[in-house]
Write a protein that binds this ligand. Structure first.
Ligand code: BES
Ligand code: ZN
Ligand code: ZN
Length: 514
């Protein structure tokens, strides 16, 4: 897929005071009374404009704020954007990622094609230089992203390409910056790819189209293969959950399996991880149809599956030494004469039977078959990601995903990856009390619990399909979408999970090497 805005990021040796660019980006912590060393030289040429802004208190360096200064004939930057980094002692790599996103978002808004970025300079030696380049690249992709592929009439046009140079005056740092850019660009670009796939509406992406996309990924990525089961094969295998959910639509379900095997490593010594993602290309609720308000947002109900597809692509491009499955059950949940109904009893791939109490609790019905598939393939670790419940959104809002699981260590690892990637999670329970609510009198399970704790009962349902495998569940309802544009991003699909899952995989690989 073509990038919507073509982003190019390089590293270059240059001084901030003599950097030729449309927009020069400099970071500033709050509470600093004077420009730091690097900015001081620039400020001298600007006749003290930066210091005046600070003295006037117009720009305090608070996170999420900025000030613009126009260049003069003594410097080569047309504009300088000072970006607030907040309190220095609280700063993390995610502070830098967000500052880069802020800057890229602004650059696209003001149509500054060429950007010189020296944001990392403010952090000195606090972080590894390559790590700083990596997070800046991720942020640049995130902030510059726009979804307008179907807009044919645009009043002012928008930037077609964005060229960013990470600048540093020390030659020794350039190599490290370049190293960090390699992985940052892979992850950033793939997260934008995920956002575009998720943003595409259901008349453009059906389960079959999503499967074609997965096959394209396999073809274009070394080490990745893809198999797709169509609706007949799904039924023949006994995947009754996926069959039932997909039955109401003309756009038939698909079961997508991506496999990544690293080159040159004995696969046996490495753990096998399964990523499982819910891909409902449109969730109308089915016979238990949803209210019409905001129903169009349910095109994003495929976000978990897309995060999985994208994370597999990223892992392969990063050449991570891990055996990886990406399992994506895909269906469209629509009401029709052939839909599954409330009251139906469905036999899932595991053999367990489920009484349908609400056709809108369809995510768990497709995921249980996919989890069982991962168990049958003998995966050591299973992580599923799904826009599973409105209840999770009620509980946590739009800032963090719910995290459940059956293995303390795995949960800790995902929490650590969330911290690093800036894609936040919050732990939630899914124990026996919740599982008890999912018991049916006329089948093994039912697909809804009581009125309360819907995110937890949803997870407790899934838990019953993972056998004794290490398992974690990410409920991304709420974080899959940026409802209103922010200073860091345009609105629409967020691509949540791409950075989180990739970071998790990078981390377990680091551990294996030790
Ligand atoms: N896709 C929805 C969950 C959702 C809601 C995601 C809002 C993003 C934003 C899911 O399939 C669903 O409808 N769940 C039901 C479950 C209920 C019937 C047990 C829900 O949350 O109401
Ligand atoms: Zn639903
Ligand atoms: Zn759904």
């Amino acid at each position: 897929m073509k990038e919507i805005i073509n982003v190019e990021i390089k590293a270059r040796k240059a001084d901030v005071s003599s950097c030729e660019t449309d927009l020069l980006i400099i970071g500033r912590f709050s509470g600093e009374k004077k420009p730091d060393k690097i900015t001081a030289a620039l400020d001298e040429k600007l006749g003290g404009a930066i210091e005046r802004i600070i003295k006037l208190d117009d720009f305090k360096g608070k996170e999420g704020t900025s000030a613009i200064i126009y260049g003069n004939e003594t410097i080569d930057a047309k504009r300088i954007l000072l970006i607030g980094l907040g309190e220095e002692k609280k700063a993390t790599l995610n502070t830098l990622r967000k500052a880069a996103a802020y800057a890229a978002n602004k650059a696209v808004a003001i149509k500054a094609k060429n950007v010189g970025m020296a944001l990392h300079a403010a952090f000195g030696r606090r972080f590894d230089t390559a790590d700083m380049a990596r997070v800046m690249a991720e942020g640049i992709y995130f902030g510059s992203y726009r979804y307008d592929e179907f807009v044919t009439e645009s009043e002012n046009g928008r930037l077609v390409s964005l060229e960013v140079e990470l600048i540093d005056s020390e030659q020794a740092k350039i190599k490290a910056l370049e190293n960090g850019l390699i992985s940052g660009v892979i992850v950033g670009r793939i997260q934008s790819y995920a956002r575009t796939l998720a943003n595409r509406p259901a008349n453009v992406i059906s389960p079959a189209k999503l499967a074609e996309e997965a096959q394209k990924v396999a073809k274009s990525t070394t080490g990745v293969s893809c198999t797709v089961l169509d609706e007949k094969e799904i039924a023949a295998k006994g995947m009754g959950g996926l069959s039932a959910v997909g039955a109401g639509s003309q756009n038939k379900p698909r079961f997508i399996v991506l496999k990544y095997k690293p080159a040159n490593r004995s696969a046996n010594s490495l753990p096998t991880v399964a990523l499982v993602g819910k891909a409902i290309t449109f969730d109308s609720g089915g016979i238990d149809i949803k209210p019409s308000a905001n129903m169009e947002q349910m095109k994003l109900d495929k976000s978990g599956g897309i995060a999985v597809l994208s994370a597999v692509k990223a892992a392969a491009e990063l050449k991570l030494p891990v055996n990886l499955y990406g399992i994506v059950p895909a269906a469209e949940n629509l009401p029709s004469g052939s839909s599954y109904r409330p009251g139906d009893i469905v036999t899932t791939f595991s053999g367990k039977t489920v009484e349908i109490q609400n056709t809108d609790a369809e995510g768990r019905m497709i995921l249980c078959d996919a989890l069982e598939y991962a168990v049958k393939e003998n995966c050591d670790i299973i992580i599923d990601i799904a826009t599973l419940t409105g209840a999770c959104m009620v509980a946590l809002g739009q800032y963090m995903a719910g995290l459940m699981g059956n293995d303390e260590r795995l949960i800790k690892q995902i929490q650590a990856a969330a911290e690093e990637s800036g894609e936040k999670v919050w732990p939630m329970p899914s124990g026996d009390e919740y599982a008890k609510e999912m018991k049916s009198k006329i089948a093994d399970l039912k697909n809804v619990g009581s009125r309360w704790g819907g995110a937890c009962t949803g997870a407790a349902f899934l838990k019953q399909f993972v056998d004794d495998k290490k398992w974690a569940h990410l409920d991304i309802a709420g974080v899959d979408m940026i409802e209103k544009s922010t200073e860091y991003s345009a609105e629409g699909a967020s691509g949540f999970g791409v950075r989180l899952l990739t970071t998790y995989l990078m981390n377990i690989v680091k551990k294996n090497k030790k």
